[in-house]
Design a protein around this ligand. Structure first.
Ligand code: PGA
Length: 253
């Protein structure tokens, strides 16, 4: 049974003050409400704030990136064990902004997944095609290529079935152009069967969530799809009321 997962990716937004009030508002709600499992992904520097404000709550937290290396002279990098030190449970890996703006390759992303799993973190592996790739009919090829780099390492990936895959079409991120539930469902189903081909039943176990311009209004329709197990929310996760409403509107959990 896959439990739904609602994730908030804050990207490089916020201040100590805004992060504090957002976390406090979320905690206030989640301490009493019945809602699906959720996690927030603030910038690194606000992770200690999560420890202070969310410890003992039903809200988990994680980072937006991690080094593929265990430790070393790597100025500016943050290792998976450092994230574990801050009680992170999750880490986003291979977000399209990391792939496209910072040039992260699928091979590097796979090593980051490996580093995360070895440190006991749950990676949220982002995959997705650009608009040009979709127009050229290459959506499935692109997503499968991004997954293949990770799945080929399967013999050295502990607890691989704990991984979350986030399907985030690049053309839907921050654009207000949300994929239709049917478009997302089709790709999610392909991801699931592709993972099953590599490791029997892996695809059935993985939570596959959708990301790209998710707002409260689209959530009920997305949650009705059998292969959509949650959402990765960017812009709307910076507003406590919207992020809470997204959780409230998620059906079937
Ligand atoms: P968005 O971002 O909801 O603002 O489109 C989603 C993401 O990039 O994870």
């Amino acid at each position: 049974m896959r439990t739904p997962f609602i994730a908030g990716n804050w990207k490089m937004h916020g201040t100590m003050q805004s992060a504090t009030s957002l976390l406090k508002a979320l905690r206030l709600y989640y301490d009493t409400a019945e809602a699906p499992t959720c996690a927030v992904f603030p910038p690194f520097v606000y992770l200690p704030l999560c420890q202070t404000l969310l410890e003992g709550s039903r809200i988990a937290w994680g980072a937006q990136n991690v080094s593929n290396q265990i430790d070393g002279a790597l100025t500016g990098e943050i290792s998976a064990s450092m994230l574990s030190d801050l009680n992170c449970r999750y880490v986003i890996v291979g977000h399209s902004e990391r792939r496209h703006i910072f040039g992260e390759t699928s091979a590097l992303v796979a090593l980051k997944v490996q580093a995360a799993l070895h440190a006991g973190l749950t990676p949220v592996l982002c995959v997705g095609e650009t608009e040009a790739e979709r127009d050229a009919g290459k959506t499935f090829d692109i997503v499968q290529e991004q997954l293949a780099h990770v799945l080929r390492l399967k013999d050295n990936l502990p607890a691989l079935d704990s991984m979350v895959v986030a399907y985030e079409p690049v053309w839907a991120i921050g654009t207000g152009r949300v994929a239709t539930p049917e478009q997302a469902e089709t790709v999610h189903a392909v991801i699931r069967s592709y993972c099953n081909e590599f490791v029997p039943h892996l695809g059935d176990a993985l939570r596959i969530i959708y990301g790209g311009s998710v707002k409260p209004q689209v959530v009920t329709a997305l949650s009705a799809m059998p292969n959509i197990d949650g959402v990765l929310v960017g812009g709307a996760s910076l507003h406590a009321d919207q992020f809470i409403e997204i959780g409230e509107r998620w059906n079937n959990w």
